[in-house]
Design a protein around this ligand. Structure first.
Ligand SMILES: [Zn+2]
Length: 386
């Protein structure tokens, strides 16, 4: 769920607070405990709205002690703990996020946002598939039908991984938990080194990153990459890096790792709101210099000249519903050229402010106009590369 929506939820609950109390209590007979709880509730929500989650949660916990039966306070506390956990996770303090989420669910078992997040943490950070599936299933029954598909996909993927990875040995480096079947730890040392080198460069460029990531080295026959051989054909992006055993010895290993790691960083830092073309463009830019196929160079020329240009507002559809193989290729090339151009023209800090606005739920048109002024989204129907 987006952060903006969560805030809307908290604001909505907060707005009802005084009404709920005045309706329940006769002013003359008003007991001091509900008054105090109401006051602490409003103070706590205001603190959280100002980004002070710790102070907000402390006030709400006090409010709950003053009036333990207050369901509104319970739901608000649960919401604030979830937002606080999200912030800690973004800052790489994931270990501190989990206890807050468990407390959030204790206060409000219908907090699906906290349940899904707990499932994600169990899955991505601890590879605890059983627990992840448990949390996701708990959320599933309470979700609106439109949101169920994503969770159903996650449950299915985790159940597949559970089977594949049960016997996989783990090799740990500073930031990675590499899982593989039938390979010695020595064989994984070069992969570990490439991962850590690329991680450091990306951390420096983006200013932060995920504290730990899981890498799965699959047997060759289980490799199913999509068109351009970089992305896995998954129903959802699940934050894990996947490499085939056959790719370990390739010179292009660094390119693959950079691409996959870029997705992991974006996903960690900016959540689910980043359009596919931004994800794919950024991931390809991170690959650095590499040889281009003649087919790619031809597409590049056509897109630059405008003849093969896809208006940016249609670009995501070329990834999700391509009419053919060439269509996807074109979408990848254009995404790369556009992100390359935007970063070259406006600098990394402007590009990061674009990502931050998208993460907050700002529509892409507005985020683009704000970050890349005087360029306008309306003009991206035509090639911006000419
Ligand atoms: Zn990709």
């Amino acid at each position: 769920m987006s952060r903006a929506l969560r805030w809307a939820l908290v604001c909505l609950l907060w707005a009802c607070a005084p009404a709920a109390f005045s309706a329940a209590a006769d002013p003359a007979a008003a007991a001091p405990a509900p008054d105090r709880a109401n006051d602490l509730n409003n103070r706590g929500v205001a603190a959280a709205q100002a980004g002070q989650f710790e102070a907000g949660a402390a006030a709400l916990r006090q409010a709950l002690r003053a009036n333990p039966s207050d369901q509104l306070v319970r739901r608000n506390l649960s919401g604030i703990l979830t937002d606080w956990a999200r912030q800690l996770d973004r800052e790489g303090r994931t270990d501190q996020a989990e206890p807050l989420l468990r407390e959030a669910v204790e206060h409000d078992p219908s907090n699906t946002s906290a349940l899904v997040f707990l499932g994600d943490l169990a899955y991505f950070h601890r590879s605890d598939f059983t627990q992840a599936v448990g949390y996701w299933k708990q959320a599933y029954g309470q979700l609106p039908s439109a949101a169920r598909r994503t969770i159903a996909d996650r449950i299915a993927q985790a159940q597949r991984d559970q089977v594949i990875e049960r016997q996989f040995a783990a090799y740990r480096t500073t930031h990675f938990d590499i899982r593989t079947a039938g390979r010695s730890q020595e064989a994984l040392i070069p992969l570990g080194q490439v991962l850590e080198t690329v991680y450091r460069a990306m951390y420096e460029a983006l200013g932060s990153g995920p504290s730990r990531l899981t890498v799965i080295v699959y047997p060759e026959q289980d490799l199913h990459r999509t068109y351009n051989q970089r992305d896995w054909a998954l129903g959802f992006y699940d934050g894990r890096l996947r490499v085939s055993g056959g790719e370990l010895a390739l010179e292009s290993l660094r390119v693959l790792v950079a691409h996959e790691l870029a997705h992991a960083f974006l996903h960690h830092l900016y959540g689910h709101m980043i359009p596919t073309w931004v994800h794919e463009g950024f991931a390809q830019v991170q690959e650095g210099e590499r040889a281009r196929y003649p087919e790619e160079r031809q597409l590049e020329q056509g897109i630059r000249s405008g003849a093969l240009w896809i208006p940016l507002k249609w670009l995501d559809r070329r990834f999700s519903q391509p009419s053919g193989r060439e269509d996807v290729g074109r979408a990848y090339v254009e995404a790369r050229l556009v992100i390359e151009e935007l970063v070259a023209r406006h600098g990394m800090s402007r590009f990061k402010s674009f990502l931050a606005a998208l993460a907050k739920g700002t529509p892409v048109e507005t985020a683009y106009d704000q970050a890349f002024t005087p360029n306008r989204w309306a003009r991206t129907d035509q090639s911006i590369l000419k």
